[in-house]
Design a protein around this ligand. Structure first.
Ligand SMILES: C[S@@+](CC[C@H](N)C(=O)[O-])C[C@H]1O[C@@H](n2cnc3c(N)ncnc32)[C@H](O)[C@@H]1O
Length: 300
């Protein structure tokens, strides 16, 4: 099915419009930590390899990406591999997908109901897809769907956004801007979303925009303090009136949603806000007593 042809499963989700379409038009203004940097790619590869119990098979690997994240699609995950990238939003696909080829294709589909065969992937990748589903029920559905898709010896490898501990207040964030210790507008935007989302609730981006408007009326001044262009600050308008929700599940919530998998935590990053961007690998439990949650990398 061509990428532009919506599937029936997409019709009722609203995923094909909204803030992702607005963001697609401004994607070049999005940077780390809202996009994976080279260090993230190295961390994702490291936790994948460390989570493997056996060497990679010598055949061509099947890799699935949840999203059309350019950095994930361009990375050499293995010597020989086929890539399938999936995203619900046509405009995002059009804006960032570099084109189908003999061993790479894009599929416009809902991650919760992918038209792909059972046990057909060696590696399932996602850059913060777990944060954009909006509620824990959908996260659980994603857990079931990736369990269906990944091969027995396959792995699911993800980066996610997580609340800092202790949590940051809006007041502290404003102070950080005044003291020029926020490195980019993307870092600011993620810190704002994290600050506004209560421990167990998702944040609607339209509400984040309203808060931004109230607290940062002088956009030019903010751009100067962050050392970015006014155009970059104006990219916040992709959130205006939008219902898209960011969810920041706790480790416990994540383990519940991905019940049936065992976790391997990946190496920490060193870029600004890397502490809020952990990476992890999942493998299907072979025995029921294995699924006791996270394992540190050095025990993998
Ligand atoms: C990969 S995520 C996260 C990108 C970035 N790291 C950030 O935080 O803004 C963004 C993409 O997820 C897609 N998306 C969200 N929920 C989806 C779903 N249920 N099925 C398919 N695509 C979905 C959106 O269309 C969007 O293009």
């Amino acid at each position: 099915m061509p990428a532009s042809e919506p599937q029936p499963a997409l019709a009722s989700t609203g995923l094909s419009q909204g803030s992702w379409s607005e963001l697609a038009r401004r994607w070049s203004q999005v940077s780390s930590p809202l996009r994976p940097c080279p260090e993230d790619l190295q961390r994702l590869q490291a936790v994948w390899r460390q989570s493997l119990a056996t060497p990679l098979p010598s055949r061509r690997l099947e890799v699935l990406v949840l999203g059309v994240t350019q950095e994930l699609a361009a990375f050499p995950w293995a010597g020989e591999f086929s890539l399938t990238c999936t995203d619900a939003n046509e405009e995002m696909i059009r804006a960032v997908w570099s084109g189908d080829g003999p061993s790479r294709r894009v599929l416009r589909a809902n991650w919760l109901k992918l038209p792909l065969a059972d046990a057909s992937f060696d590696l399932v990748l996602s850059d913060c897809g777990v944060n954009v589903l909006g509620n824990l029920g959908q996260l659980t559905s994603l857990g079931r769907e990736v369990m269906r898709l990944v091969r027995r010896e396959g792995r699911v490898v993800m980066r996610r956004y997580a609340h800092p501990s202790p949590a940051e207040s809006l007041h502290t964030l404003i102070r950080a801007i005044e003291t020029r210790t926020v490195s980019s507008f993307s870092e600011f935007k993620l810190r704002l979303l994290l600050t506004l989302s209560a421990e167990h609730a998702a944040i609607r981006v339209g509400d984040a925009w309203a808060c931004f408007q109230a607290h940062f009326p002088d956009r030019q001044n903010l751009a100067t303090q962050l050392g970015c262009s006014l155009d970059t600050v104006n990219s916040i308008d992709a959130y205006q009136n939008q219902d898209t929700r960011y969810l920041f599940p706790s480790q416990f919530e994540l383990e519940q949603a991905f019940a049936g998998f065992t976790f391997t935590r990946g190496p920490a990053g060193s870029y600004p806000l890397a502490g809020c961007c952990p990476v992890f690998a999942l493998r299907a439990c072979l025995r029921s007593d294995e699924c006791r949650g996270i394992r540190p990398v050095d025990e993998a």
